[in-house]
Write a protein that binds this ligand. Sequence first.
Ligand code: ISJ
Length: 297
Amino acid sequence: MSHTHFNFTLGGSPLSLEKVRGILVRLEDTIIFSLIERAQFAHNPRLYQKGAFDELKAIGFEGSMLDWFLHETEAFHAKARRFTSPDEYPFTPRSSLPEPLLKAIPYPQVLYPNNVNANPTILSFYTRSIVPRITRQATLKLATQKRAAGIVGDEEYEDDGNYGSAGVLDMEVLQAVSKRVHYGKFVSEVKFTEDPAAFIPHILKPNREALGDLITKPEVEKRLLQRLRKKALVYAQDFAPDGEPQGGEAKIDVDGVVELYENYIIPLTKEVEVDYLLVRLEGLSQKEIDDLLTQKP
Ligand SMILES: C=C(O[C@@H]1C=C(C(=O)O)C=C[C@H]1O)C(=O)O
């Protein structure tokens, strides 16, 4: 059974590209199913608008309802030492989060120290591009129901009032996408340690494009998108009481899932891979770099 994350406390055999890719594949299921859950509810754009709720303004919180959900949830997770794990990244600025209450687990130092965090970009593209797309069916169905009840114009559209359910589900998607994108650091660490001499000249120069070309594996991406489409088609099906697949409307916009990966998740993962490589030599002495250069693949 493959896992959706490393169990760093078990240690075990060192990092391998096969292991990391196995986790990325497993996270596809988590992301698809959490998108299916969110797609049950309408767009509910008020969730993402700063200042849309008087109750939040009354307590001096200036962000959106989703920002508030993230802040309150991640504040507890921070106390429970979630963000001391090398594969967990908060959407809330770390400066606004409390210190861990529990002692940090002495994780093995797998990644080189870095501050690469793509979550602001993930939050932006998710709320602006992904939510409207995957909730389209629910939004249109809601508008039809409202018109049938005589509600027409702006009031008929987009908002079913389920801010709590939609917000909790948004956080599940965001946490899974964030984990997936930041696993790019583990991929980069494995690729770098397999052949440091290939990367070092382009880190020292620096040359983002050359590093991007080195980490890009078109065949892996092509197979991923093919697999993703097939998974989404199966997972989006409804099943009869006896378990037989039923036709009818898919529970998720399959093209939307594939485009999420093609236009956002894969490109952002590669940016994280390159950003991680660009700091991979920071603090190393010339001798340490020379030793890496002579290391045989
Ligand atoms: C993640 C990897 O690096 C790159 C990014 C990929 C992705 O985001 O799916 C796939 C292949 C590579 O272009 C990898 O090599 O597995």
